[in-house]
Write a protein that binds this ligand. Structure first.
Ligand code: SF4
Length: 388
């Protein structure tokens, strides 16, 4: 059994060679006394985890938590951060001190915004920084490869919210991002955005092993940690709170079920768009086309496809298929943009045999259609194999 992380598989989808360098060769970077993007992400994740745990420890109701209480908890969480955090990295320079102030503003605003989001619905945080894997709270996602070997997919889910009904548990999966991140079925199809779907698979499978009540996915989302400004254009003049909530609106996918969606935003009314989730209602209160939602059977296609994609690609990766083949698309995504390994690969698109793997952007229904076709082809091939 071979353990593999989700970020490794996404790296493989972006550039197989970058994956080989990062996870196979593992070159060690020269140590620098500076904070990098992953360090900043870890710092903010840690603060938010402590914030959530403190709300729970004080047995406060997320639905009734007032801004003054929220601010007190934020201050207490920040007071716990040691002055010499990271070997004094923040205190060492003026830029470090400025960065710390900015991160603390981001944390404070993000904590209040996620509190407002939770408060507007019936979902309660159930777990933070939830590990699935060999040593995690949940088991890894096991995928059998063509050659009979098995890989164990491991990862960490930033937050899982629950809503309990008599015989069903509804799950909401949240992943915190420090940068802008959209959820696109096209990215899932190409393997460069499998994270949320795989978290959902891990959570649903893991839950089935620990609780007899059926668990269903209500939605999976990215939440951006941010400190945005409001101006006239973004609506700050009229209703600053609603305008700010919109800036933090969750990005992702809902289950196409009006009752489930309304339990996430009690204030969603006819002819309106939710401030907090990607949902909108028409005059007759049916879901508008702007709502990012899929019915249960299509949601299942995503879960099946992500495991199928892993089976195909983990097998190729472990067999050593790691060409220099960076992905790029028409939206400006380019795997090389933030890659540290250019000095090793020497990729040069001017050379004939150095080419990008161009990903055609697919509308959601086309991406879903391709996933369905891939699964059908795979099923047919399996049946034929069995018949031979
Ligand atoms: S620089 Fe581009 S081609 Fe080279 S390893 Fe990184 S992503 Fe791949």
């Amino acid at each position: 059994m071979i353990p593999i992380s989700i970020s490794r598989m996404e790296t493989y989808a972006r550039c197989p060679f970058a994956q080989l360098v990062r996870y196979g060769l593992r070159p060690r970077e020269r140590k620098q006394f500076s904070l990098r993007a992953p360090d900043i992400g870890d710092y903010l994740h840690g603060l938010l985890e402590r914030y959530g745990r403190r709300v729970e420890k004080e047995k406060m109701s997320w639905q009734e938590l007032q801004q003054t209480e929220c601010e007190r908890i934020i201050e207490e969480v920040l007071a716990e951060v040691p002055e010499d955090y990271g070997g004094g990295i923040f205190e060492a320079t003026g830029a470090g001190r400025y960065l710390r102030r900015r991160l603390h503003r981001m944390f404070a605003l993000s904590a209040w915004m996620l509190t407002c989001q939770i408060g507007r619905g019936d979902y309660i945080p159930w777990s933070y920084e939830l590990d699935f894997g060999r040593f995690g709270e949940l088991p890894p996602v096991e995928v059998a490869l063509e050659d009979g070997s098995r890989v164990l997919l491991e990862g960490r889910i930033d937050r899982v919210d629950l809503r309990r009904e008599e015989d069903t548990v509804w799950l909401r999966i949240i992943d915190y991002k420090t940068g802008a991140k959209e959820f696109r079925l096209s990215d899932l199809y190409y393997g460069i955005g499998i994270q949320l779907a795989l978290y959902a698979v891990a959570m649903l499978k893991g839950w089935a092993k620990r609780d007899s009540r059926a668990a269903k996915l209500a939605g999976m989302f990215f939440f951006r940690l941010d400190d945005p400004w409001l101006d006239e254009k973004s609506g700050g003049g009229e209703n600053p709170e609603s305008a700010m909530l919109k800036k933090f609106r969750l990005k992702g996918l809902l289950l196409q079920d009006q009752a489930v969606i309304r339990k996430m935003d009690r204030e969603l009314t006819a002819s309106s768009t939710s401030d907090i989730i990607p949902a909108a209602l028409l005059k007759d209160e049916s879901l508008s086309a702007k709502t990012m939602a899929l019915p249960p059977e299509e949601m299942q296609v995503l879960f099946d496809y992500v495991q199928f994609w892993l089976r195909q690609n983990a097998g190729d990766m472990l067999a050593g298929a790691c060409p220099i083949l960076p992905a790029a698309d028409g939206r400006g995504m380019n795997a090389c943009s933030f890659c540290q390994y250019h000095a090793i690969c020497q990729f040069d698109p001017e050379l004939k045999d150095n080419q990008y793997r161009w990903l055609q952007e697919l509308p959601a229904d086309a991406a879903l259609g391709r996933m369905q076709q891939a699964l059908q082809r795979n099923r047919r091939a399996k049946t034929e194999e069995e018949e031979v």
